[in-house]
Design a protein. Structure first.
Length: 566
């Protein structure tokens, strides 16, 4: 794209732009994000949120946050609060436009009576099993209900008695009278109301008949003056029904547009599967950092701006595709790299005694807080005779291309000195537990005045001042790119990663982390980005690994460009 050229619009924005230019909806743009309050939001919802709120903002319009609460047996106030919190955390605001489907129950009921009076709806007494049988299939037309020919007066009486609570659950439904031979199964006299004697979290026991989603969805949009009703692709076959209801009622008619939902490698977004993972104890809860829920991602340390950037990069398409999880991690790294303070921490400590460093001496060395942000300044880190490095940074018999510490080898300590290993001690099991080294006092700051070079720089902490912390290393929850690709006779559980969580309780970190607060994220140099878990206390500081430093997406992109050029 040449400088000064506008970025091409996706197909939804093209439609909205053309509607505005043509004066459709009187030049208004009004969208909505309508989650069902029967669970927690996940990264797939984040895509929908970014589209709904983003388009409204870009075209100077409005976006409502609406709770689509039409199922009293599964919805709870807890989920409402969580949805509100998660959408706000992502950075979106709906002003005073928080609405509920239950706000419109009476109006929906009156609309239903209107369809009955027009001869377009009837009370049916087929059982749920009979309803399925009468509906037909993709290759066979449905059959008309024996109750379809009831008079308007009889249907009104029965529907009002349904509302009054005179019938048991499942004994009667209100159905639209459309076409039982339609090739679209959704148009074969769909159910509008069912009897459910259950208390609703907002309306209590005021109602015992509840609208189906197909009946409620379009009415909510119409009542709220929505102009563009943006849905995922599974609602494409429902659009004719959406249009039919609004046309027969003669009310405000928004335009429904469908887009492809988000699919991520190594991830499941099915609410049913996520519930199983939580309820059967495969994860610790809905905010487990291994889950794709917004609560889990927040706890893991994913910044909301990275999620918004990810949603913008994947764009809006008409066909389903699978996005590599590495792109999401790349977006997270890009944000954290710019804003996170660097610190040093050792996850699996190996004791190092610097034999020629005075026992009673201590000094403070200067370290850069963030090389990407000069305004972040510097900090002081303590240095002493005994320090700790990572166990993996030493090999008794170094392998080829291993450039870190080994017997007789010299390395640089980050911000400190060159050290050289002269010996080591093992425990009874043959495990190396201590290194004996010397340092070169002329290399303070990590540079040798004689110009000699070393091939490795190690991170470290001072033994006496080090802060003991717990670190939780999170990995992908599933082993396969497609978690639903499992052997016959098993299910998705067969693809769970048994090493998706490793807890390390004896980690050591710089003392500056003593003031770290929950939700704050740091870069542990050479190790990755880590977020302070909300479970932390004054006596127990816990860090969750957000993402490591290796950018797999950058490698994938580089390989793609190389293949394209070749």
């Amino acid at each position: 794209m040449n400088k000064g050229e506008e970025k091409p619009l996706d197909f939804i924005r093209e439609i909205v732009k053309k509607d505005l230019e043509a004066g459709v909806f009187n030049g208004r743009v009004h969208t909505r994000f309508p989650p069902e309050p029967n669970g927690y939001l996940h990264i797939g919802h984040a895509k929908a949120i970014s589209i709904d709120f983003g388009i409204a903002e870009e075209f100077g319009g409005l976006c409502n946050l609406r709770m689509d609460d039409t199922n009293p047996t599964k919805e709870e106030a807890e989920y409402v609060s969580a949805i509100i919190e998660d959408v706000r955390w992502l950075g979106y605001d709906w002003g005073d436009r928080l609405t509920y489907a239950s706000d419109y129950y009476e109006q929906m009921y009156q609309y239903a009576e209107e369809l009955i009076k027009k001869g377009l709806a009837y009370v049916c007494e087929l059982t749920p099993e009979e309803l399925r049988e009468y509906r037909g299939s993709l290759t066979e037309p449905g059959r008309e209900s024996p109750y379809r020919a009831r008079s308007v007066e009889e249907n009104l009486v029965l529907f009002r008695r349904m509302k009054a609570g005179e019938f048991p659950d499942g004994t009667k439904t209100l159905r639209a009278k459309i076409d039982m031979a339609s090739p679209n199964l959704n148009m074969r006299d769909p159910v509008m109301y069912r009897i459910v004697h259950a208390s609703h979290y907002r309306t209590g026991n005021a109602w015992c008949i509840y609208p189906t989603y197909d009946w409620a969805h379009g009415l909510e949009d119409s009542i709220e003056g929505i102009t563009h009703s943006l849905c995922t692709l599974e609602f494409e076959d429902h659009r004719p029904l959406y249009d039919w209801f609004l046309e027969k009622l003669g009310v405000h008619h928004p335009r429904q547009i469908e887009f492809a939902r988000l699919n991520l490698t190594y991830t499941v977004l099915s609410k049913r599967i996520l519930q199983r993972l939580v309820q059967e104890g495969y994860v610790s809860g809905w905010d487990d950092p291994r889950l794709p829920t917004l609560r889990g991602m927040r706890r893991r340390g994913y910044p909301p701006e990275a999620i918004r950037d990810f949603c913008a990069r994947i764009g809006v398409a008409k066909t389903d595709s699978v996005v590599d999880y590495a792109l999401l991690e790349h977006c997270v790294r890009e944000v954290l790299n710019k804003k996170c303070q660097r610190v040093m921490a050792v996850l699996r400590p190996l004791r190092v005694v610097i034999e020629n460093y005075p026992e009673d001496r201590k000094e403070e060395l200067e370290a850069i807080n963030n090389p990407e942000d000069p305004s972040a300044g510097t900090r002081k880190i303590p240095f002493s005779r005994v320090i700790y490095i990572e166990q993996d940074d030493f090999m008794e018999e170094p392998a080829p291309k291993f450039y870190r510490l080994a017997p007789g080898r010299e390395v640089r300590l980050r911000y400190a000195y060159f050290i050289k290993c002269h010996g080591y001690h093992k425990d009874r099991n043959g495990r190396i537990v201590e290194l004996r080294c010397t340092y070169d006092p002329d290399t303070r700051g990590g540079n040798a005045p004689d110009g000699r070079k070393v091939k490795a720089t190690l991170h470290w902490v001072s033994a006496e001042e080090a802060l003991k912390v717990e670190v939780r290393l999170y990995d992908r929850l599933f082993l396969k790119e497609d978690p639903l690709d499992f052997p016959e006779g098993s299910d998705f559980v067969a693809n769970l990663n048994p090493h998706s969580l490793t807890v390390l309780t004896n980690c050591l970190a710089e003392p500056c982390l003593l003031s770290a607060k929950p939700w704050e994220t740091y870069q542990f140099e050479r190790l990755g980005y880590f977020c302070v878990d909300p479970d932390s206390s004054e006596s127990r500081l816990v860090f969750n690994r957000t993402v490591d430093l290796k950018d797999e997406w950058a490698r994938i992109k580089k390989q793609y460009l190389k293949e394209k050029q070749g």
